[in-house]
Design a protein. Structure first.
Length: 98
């Protein structure tokens, strides 16, 4: 029995009226210069991050897409980290019996 597993670690906008604006400010003004400093690259390369986060489906919608693709993704396999600004999804699928 072959078991398949995949994990996705994705920034997301935290829910809540206080943390969401703070997370956006952090992603916009802190991550680009820190990422550039740590990687030695141009900080402009990190400016797309906020747009990318906003374009990615919110956690419930992404979980639904994963399930529609045939993976098992129990609610306890979705973990929120960094005050809800990062989501870790761990999904499993079994090879079809044949």
């Amino acid at each position: 029995d072959l078991s398949l597993r995949f994990a996705v670690l994705e920034f997301c906008e935290p829910e809540g009226q206080i943390l969401a604006p703070l997370a956006r400010l952090f992603i916009r003004y802190v991550v680009p210069p820190v990422g550039a400093l740590l990687s030695g690259s141009n900080w402009e390369e990190y400016r797309h991050l906020q747009r990318s986060i906003a374009a990615f489906p919110p956690p419930p919608a992404f979980a639904a897409l994963v399930r529609q693709a045939g993976f098992r993704l129990p609610e306890d396999n979705i973990r929120f980290l960094a005050f809800g600004s990062v989501a870790l999804y761990v999904a499993d699928a079994s090879e079809p019996e044949g």
